[in-house]
Write a protein that binds this ligand. Structure first.
Ligand code: C5P
Length: 348
């Protein structure tokens, strides 16, 4: 795809006799949400190693911020929650998103040879909340603004799909259905605001390792390893379908209808790698959570509360139970990646 630069980077100019002023954008900051999967149905492994999914993404009001600024050389700086685990080189997902956008629009859109990317993290790393994908989505919308590339959201979604499976959803936010490996996203109609409690684990889980564990559990003969008696089955190989019951519950806006319909095929795999997640989920249910699931590939556990007051009580109860590293309460759905602020210089 060669989309080219559309508008110029000058965001304002005024002719004053023979002189004119230009406002040049020098830095752009974007904010981007975490996600939980309300349904995560996983098909068999594909030839490319990925798995076809039927998923319902739901953005949570837990945000990272990413600032991009032209620079002499490329750099990535990370601060905040889990910063030490985030790669700073070309492996960084925000840096990969910038490279994918540059490929899409052509290097002529960039005046400076390099780009400084600064990531302020509140979304824990390798936690099943798509924090890395979120940072990639934020980098895409921030660079789209900085370089004046003027790509539409649909064009950014196409670039996002090449960076990672969850990046397209982080652009969209809200609640959305994801197909393919998750990168084909369609907004879903939902009502109401949902109150969630998130329990962060001390450990990290690699997404690839959890998918591999899911394949192993499904390939194992019944009762061999996968069958921890209280756990749901590890999921079937059959083609997955969108849960019409869940979609109807989400349209009703009633968390009591939504809670029992939450489903995650990766949950048994995440529990097989971190068995203490079973206690964390049970502790939430004991304190009245309407639904308790591992978020994505884990290890974060997500609990649906009746309302804000119940979420606060649940957060206190989970903290006292000592089943996790830390606990927060958040609402969903939240908006997708959004430009928060733009710094500019006036040049003559
Ligand atoms: O796309 P992303 O880089 O986020 O995926 C990380 C890893 O998770 C992949 O390398 C793959 O092992 C696994 N994955 C998968 N099927 C998906 C999404 C991710 O197997 N639909």
């Amino acid at each position: 795809m060669a989309l080219g630069c559309r508008p110029v980077k000058v965001v304002a100019s005024s002719a004053v006799s023979d002189r004119y002023d230009q406002i040049i954008v020098t830095a752009v900051t974007a904010r981007v949400p975490a996600k939980v999967n309300l349904q995560l149905s996983v098909g068999p492994p594909r030839a490319d190693g990925y798995h076809d999914l039927v998923t319902v993404f739901h953005a949570l009001a837990l945000f990272d911020e990413v600032t991009v600024a032209p620079a002499e050389t490329d750099s990535v700086r990370v601060s905040g929650e889990g910063a030490a685990s985030v790669p700073l080189g070309g492996d960084n997902l925000a840096a990969r998103a910038v490279a994918a956008l540059t490929d899409a629009v052509g290097p002529g859109c960039r005046d400076e040879p390099g780009l400084a990317i600064e990531i302020r993290k509140r979304i824990p790393v390798a936690a099943g909340l798509a924090g890395g994908s979120a940072d990639a989505a934020a980098a895409l919308v921030a660079c789209n603004e900085l370089w004046g590339t003027g790509l539409s959201q649909q064009e950014l979604v196409e670039v996002a799909g090449r960076v990672g499976s969850d990046v397209a959803f982080a652009l969209l936010g809200g609640t959305a259905i994801g197909l393919g490996r998750g990168e084909q996203v369609t907004p879903a109609l939902v009502s109401g605001t949902y109150h969630w409690v998130l329990a962060f684990a001390a450990e990290e889980l690699s997404t690839a390792a959890v998918y591999a564990a899911c394949d192993r559990l499904r390939a194992a003969p019944a009762g061999d390893g996968a069958g921890h008696s209280q756990e749901p089955p590890a999921g079937s190989w059959a083609a997955s379908e969108l849960s019409t019951a869940l979609m109807a519950a989400l349209r009703s806006g009633d968390p009591a209808e939504v809670g029992p319909l939450l489903v995650n095929d990766l949950q048994p795999a995440a529990i097989s790698l971190l068995p203490r997640l079973r206690q964390a989920l049970a502790a939430g249910r004991e304190h009245g959570a309407l639904g308790a699931i591992v978020s994505g590939s884990g290890p974060t556990c997500a609990y649906l509360a009746r309302d804000g007051a119940h979420a606060r009580d649940l957060a206190v109860a989970l903290t006292s139970a000592g089943v996790c590293r830390s606990v927060i309460s958040v609402t969903g759905p939240a908006p997708g990646a959004t430009v928060l602020s733009t710094a500019a210089d006036q040049r003559r």
